[in-house]
Design a protein around this ligand. Sequence first.
Ligand code: SAH
Length: 361
Amino acid sequence: MVHLYDMRSDEMAAWFEELGEPRYRARQVFEWLYQKRALTFDEMTNLPKTLRGRLSEVAEITTSREITRQVSKVDGTTKFLLGWPDDVTVETVLMRHDYGNSVCVSTQVGCKMGCTFCASTLGGMIRQMTAGEMVEQLMYSQRLLDATDERVSSVVLMGSGEPMDNYDASMKFIDIIHDPHGLNIGQRHITISTVGLVPGIIRLADEGRPITLAVSLHAPNDELRSAMMPVNKAYPIAKLMEACRYYCRKTGKRISFEYALVGGKNDRLEHARELAALLEGIPSHVNLIPVNYVPERGYERTPADQIQAFLRELKSLGVNATIRREMGHDIAAACGQLRAQYMGEGARPPRRRAGAITSGT
Ligand code: SAH
């Protein structure tokens, strides 16, 4: 079966041509899929009936099912756990901000990067998500928003998985949701977050896409970063910063650096000073994230006043920094935790657990 969400419009046009159909069918189908949110071929009334019948035999629209959903009573943040026929599950999150609605998408089932504070990597990487499966994740949020006539205005590739380790599918996903005949989401409203895979950063810089790059830094020196993030052994901080400088030079854009504050690990004022020195000369913004509690990891959060002191120190050294606002703190915690919970308990619905979603601001 062909997965329609997995095709760019040019690919779909070529595919229709192969079927002996005019290329403009692709545009028609794109509009049905993304503007009218059709879920069946019967709805596509401007296609000949025989074609609709044929399409239903060779192509599919939705390939996943919703296993469970959690909605925050505090801010409407909605977390979906989706399942595919090969028994893999991923999470996607819809966050409602006053400036619009953003969706956090998972690019892999699990993750192999091994960051010591992260729930997504606990069971390793099971398989890649296809572009179409990423589109499908986004469509769950869009369909929910349709009830109130709202749209997804921004997208972050910050769910489970490492997008730079699934580069082609991640970029194809961006092409599909950016298509003017589709969802028409501006590239400036799309953020890709990486653990720091240097070849990916360089490739992205060379392609010159106007998307936003976020780099998960989390520590200001190699000793600390290698202890928290194994990837640092392959791409140490000096190499990473060199790639970041290259990216800024090539694209003229600033980079968003993520820094999860872990109690007693990376949250001292001297770390703030080290971080400021590291970022000198790089157009950047630092997102300070109070670490989300992951039961299997047992890290402590930095106390609120110490987070403020860390922020003040950064600012006094000229670093552009903010503390990331937490979303949906009354529903199951950080990325990967709903899935981890689900896998741990078999198919029973997950219990509530304190924590917060901080991905994707
Ligand atoms: N692999 C990519 C994108 C997915 S992770 C990356 O590493 O950037 C999205 C963000 O959530 C990353 O910045 C990641 O480091 C962070 N994160 C993971 N676990 C966390 C936790 N327990 N608390 C706070 N942030 C966490």
